[in-house]
Design a protein around this ligand. Sequence first.
Ligand code: TXA
Ligand code: MG
Length: 342
Amino acid sequence: MDLVREAAAAIRAGGIVAFPTETVYGLGADTYNPEAVKKVFIAKRRPMDNPLIVHIHSLNQLYEVAVKIPPEAEKLARRFWPGPMTLLLWKSDKVPPEVTAGRPTVAVRMPAHPVALAFIRESGVPIAAPSANLAGRPSPTTGEHVVRDLYGRADVIIDSGETVYGVESTIVDMTRDPPVLLRPGGLPVEEIERELGKEVVIPQFARGLGQADVALAPGMKYRHYAPFKRLTIVEGDYSDLKAYAAKVAEVVKQEIAKGARPIILCSSETAQYYEQQGLRHLVLGPRSNIFIVARNLFKTFRAIDEMLDVDEAFMEGFEERGLGLAVMNRARKASGFSIIRV
Ligand code: TXA
Ligand code: MG
C-alpha cells in the first residue's frame, strides 16, 4: 500500500505510473493534466491520434468524464463494473482533447483489481491509460513485461504479479444504437447482448479481419500485439481436431524442409499429436477452457521472442465464441494478417 501512495503522489505531481489491472498492465496519468497525458504517449511511443481509456474507481467519476449517458450504458456499468468492459460515451468538457485524440467521445472503464482501484482512489482523479507496453508490442501481463518495455520511462511501476485475464477489456461504442463492438476482450460480447436483450454489431475488424474504419476504431489501424518473430495463424475446421492437427503439421513440416526452425502454438487437445510427430510446440491452453488460452496468449508471444533456436511460429486458430473472439482478434492482428486456411 505504500507503493500505491507513492504512485498516487507521482500522479498528482504530473508523473506517469504503470499499474496492474485484471486485464493487462496500464500506463497512467492524471486525465485532467494534458502535459502528464502527453508523457504517456511519449513513453510508449504511441501515435498521438490513438486515444486512451479513462479508468475510474466509482460511478461518481463516470458522471465527471461522460455526458448524455444512455440508460443502456448505465445498465451495463452497473452489471459489469468493476470488470473488463470499456464503454465509449460522449465526453464531458473536463476531459482534455489530448486524452481522446480530439474526439468528442471518451472510453471509460472501472477495473476489477484491488491495487488499481486503490491507486485511482488515492490519486483523486480518473487515470488515463493505455496498456503499458511499447506501441505495437504484446500487452504486458506481468510486472516483468512492463519493466522490459518501460524501464526508466515511467516514474513508478507497481508490480502485482500476473494479471487474471491476459487480454484487454471489451470496448463497446454506446454512442450508437445498436451498440457496436470496437474490440472484443475479457468480457464476452454474448454477455453484453444477454444483459441488453439485443444484438451488438460486430464489425469485421473486431474479428481481426480487414482494416478498421479509422473514424470508428482508431487503435485498430496499427499493427499490434506482435512478437518480433514471424507469426502465422493456421485456421481450419476445429470439429475434427485430429484431421485439423494433421494439416497444421503438414504446413509446419514444409517449413522445416525449407530450413526454418518453427514452433507450433497449440491447444492442450492437439499437443499429443505434434509430440508424436516430433514437432516443437508450446501449449496455450485447452479449447475446453478458452479463458486459459487468452490468459497465456501475450505471455507466449513474448516467450517465443526469447527462444534462440526458434525463428517463426505457427498458431492454431480457435473458435470465435466467448473469449475466443478476443483471442482470434489479437492473433490475427499480431500476425500482421498472415493467415493460412487449411
Ligand atoms: O484492458 C484494457 O482496456 C487495458 C487496461 C490498461 O485497462 N487498456 C488498454 O488500452 O488496452 P489500449 O492500449 O488498448 O488503448 C485503448 C484503446 C485503443 O484501441 C483506442 O483506440 C480505444 O481504446 N479508444 C480509446 N478512446 C477511444 C475513443 N474515444 N474512440 C474510439 N476508440 C477509443
Ligand atoms: Mg494497447
